[in-house]
Design a protein around this ligand. Structure first.
Ligand SMILES: Nc1nc2c(ncn2[C@@H]2O[C@H](COP(=O)(O)OP(=O)(O)OP(=O)(O)O)[C@@H](O)[C@H]2O)c(=O)[nH]1
Ligand SMILES: [Zn+2]
Length: 330
């Protein structure tokens, strides 16, 4: 894969990086006096960028060409960065991303796209009841997190309705951290898990994600309203991801309305198992090309279980994630 600021293309197929067609000019302009910002939301090719604590509306500068710019991207912005009504700045540079999350291709959009950059945690919001948890979606979200190098966190909501224990029993052997919440409850533990990080919040409709976001960020609705006012959208119609600051510099969250799962087609078993170093170690003697799945004849994981060196539940859970990779999302 090419590296560097301009290497990612707009349409980002994992397996098919496109070649640069034009040579990079030697006298690429420098943007030393441009302002630093972070992309808060994207709407129809226009960007809302947080610059020095205020929102700036911007477009991409020509030299960026088809390069994608997504929520969470660190950028340099030139031109009118006052954020005053009617102003439009230009994004002139996009910094290299530390992580990327991809959205699943679907009927509406056949291309798998990067939707969030530079997040370091994926918070999977699941209701303990009403609606019933969808283990397959949960598994897929965890696979996306592990593959993208984001720390997963399970946030189990609506604990007033049922016990989290059955769900936790399923995920305990994977070692995924979790917090339990309910409407109006104490969010100290969740806040602690979110501090000093950029966390993507993912959840199916009705799990209580909006309730949570509004409790974490007082006036979140209003902030999204402000963003939408800038982008010319209605107050509550935001369907794309957007970044919100937690109070008192306690980290950032990226809400993802309307996004239920991320693309997994590109996930390689070899990469997934690296998220579980203890299991990875047991696959050194695996036959070439072993996927470490249930049907593999001489997988080191089975041998380690037989020797009593691996926790069978952990191996089974890993294999469930591996299988979730190639199953339909719902
Ligand atoms: N019993 C119970 N209900 C809750 C809790 N949190 C949220 N709800 C209710 O669950 C419903 C869905 O909550 P929302 O916050 O709108 O859920 P959401 O995940 O944002 O759903 P969408 O807006 O459809 O994406 C609402 O009726 C909430 O009042 C909780 O802790 N306990
Ligand atoms: Zn194997």
């Amino acid at each position: 894969m090419p590296t560097g600021r301009y290497s990612d293309q707009d349409v980002e197929h994992y397996d098919r990086p496109r070649r640069r067609t034009r040579p990079r000019t030697k006298e690429r302009p420098t943007y030393d006096d441009a302002a630093d910002g972070v992309v808060v939301t994207v709407d129809r090719g226009r960007f809302t960028v947080l610059v020095a604590g205020h929102l700036v509306y911007a477009m991409k500068a020509r030299p960026l060409g088809r390069r994608g710019v997504v929520v969470g991207d660190r950028v340099k912005v030139e031109g009118d960065v006052t954020g005053d009504e009617g102003t439009l700045a230009r994004i002139v540079e996009v910094h290299e991303r530390t992580t990327t999350l991809r959205r699943t291709a679907d009927d509406d959009d056949p291309v798998e796209r990067v939707i969030v950059a530079n997040a370091d945690q994926l918070v999977v919001v699941v209701a303990i009841a009403d609606p019933e948890p969808q283990p397959r979606l949960l598994d897929r979200a965890l696979v996306a997190a592990f593959d993208a190098g984001l720390a997963p966190l399970l946030c189990l909501t609506k604990s007033d309705l049922a016990s989290p224990e059955p769900l936790l029993a399923t995920y305990r052997s994977l070692g995924v951290p979790w917090v339990v919440t309910h409407r109006g409850g104490d969010l100290a533990e969740l806040r602690e898990s979110l501090a000093d990080r950029t966390s993507v919040l993912l959840g199916s409709s009705g799990v209580g994600k909006s309730t949570l976001v509004n409790a974490l960020v007082p006036h979140a609705d209003r902030e999204v309203g402000v963003v939408n006012a800038v982008t010319g959208r209605g107050r509550h119609t935001s369907t794309s991801a957007y970044l919100l600051a937690l109070p008192d510099d306690q980290g950032w969250i990226i809400d993802t309305p309307g996004i239920r799962s991320f693309g997994l087609a590109h996930v390689q078993p070899e990469h997934l198992i690296e998220a579980f170093p203890d299991l990875d170690e047991m696959t050194e003697e695996c036959p070439r090309g072993c996927t470490h799945g249930t049907d593999e004849p001489e997988c080191g994981l089975d041998e380690a279980v037989a020797r009593g060196e691996a926790d069978p539940e952990r191996v089974a859970s890993f294999r469930r994630l591996l299988a979730a990779r190639s199953e339909p999302a719902y």
